[in-house]
Design a protein around this ligand. Structure first.
Ligand code: URA
Length: 269
């Protein structure tokens, strides 16, 4: 192997170690400077500079971010079943995350269950399989469920975002805003008796707060779903965080016991 090839292999290894597992374009993008173009908009590596469009093909003015979110709300609101909502997401092309994701990750588990777990976003394994929490953190989540007598036939699992952000980067505020109407409608259609927010991103989004997960975890809060129902919500540590910080499993266990108490009360009532 030449020195150049060795350097390229070592750079690729470094990317993989840092969670960059997929290439989403032909050219590198300096994200500190550039607006990130969508994949299909990217100019091929050695193409000549694009000619300006002829006057007759002047593009229509781009819809504002608010218009796009209103449209997402209208599309999500028109779905009256989970199947229709999934279908609506399959045909909704406004969110850039969809363009780089391999699959829609809608949900897993039992839609009739009392309890819904809401994670953050699909990772690589979830993107490949089209199901939430199937990678390492999903395996830990399954063990956490089993510890309180639950499994995926007695719980429902979804995420704030239904598409994997490329390379697991943080989603932009615009991308998240376009997905939220679908999540709200999703929860409204399910009508859970209890919601668990897995991790800070999910808790902040569902509770509309800036408080961090360290303060939020283990304290029952009330979540309003789409202005139609109030539901008890328990923020918990994300399983991926627990894999990195196993000492925090002690606190997660306390939260699981609190969750079990709540579910027992619901069963009795
Ligand atoms: N992490 C999440 O938040 N959701 C998944 O589906 C997988 C990992």
């Amino acid at each position: 192997m030449t020195q150049e090839q060795k350097a390229a292999v070592s750079l690729l290894r470094w990317y993989v170690e840092h969670g960059v597992t997929d290439s989403i374009g032909d050219m590198p993008v300096d994200r500190r400077k550039a607006e990130v173009p969508h994949q299909q908009d990217q100019t091929p590596a050695r193409a000549a500079p694009a000619a300006s469009p002829p006057p007759s093909t002047k593009p229509a003015p781009a819809a504002s971010a608010d218009d796009l979110v209103s449209n997402a709300r209208r599309v999500a609101g028109a779905a009256s079943t989970l199947d229709e909502l999934r279908q609506a997401l399959e045909t909704f092309d406004e969110c850039p995350l969809k363009k780089t994701a391999k699959n829609l990750v809608f949900a897993d588990g039992n839609p009739e269950a009392d309890i819904v777990f809401v994670g953050e976003a699909p990772g690589r394994d979830e993107d490949i399989q089209g199901l939430p929490f199937v990678g390492r953190s999903g395996q830990l989540l399954d063990r956490m469920l089993a510890a309180i007598g639950l499994d995926r036939t007695r719980a429902y699992i979804t995420n704030i975002l239904p598409w994997r952000p490329p390379g697991n980067r943080n989603p932009t505020a615009e991308e998240t805003a376009l997905c939220i109407p679908f999540l709200e409608r999703h929860l409204e259609l399910i009508g859970p008796k209890v919601v668990v927010a897995l991790g800070g991103v999910s808790a902040k989004q569902l509770l509309d707060t800036t408080e961090g997960i360290m303060r939020l975890r283990g304290k029952w809060r009330t979540m309003n779903i789409a202005n139609v129902m109030d539901v008890p919500l328990l923020p918990m540590f994300h399983p991926a965080y627990l894999l990195r910080q196993p000492a925090q499993k002690r606190l997660a266990w306390q939260d699981l016991l609190s969750l079990k108490d709540k579910l027992d009360l619901i069963d009795e009532g």
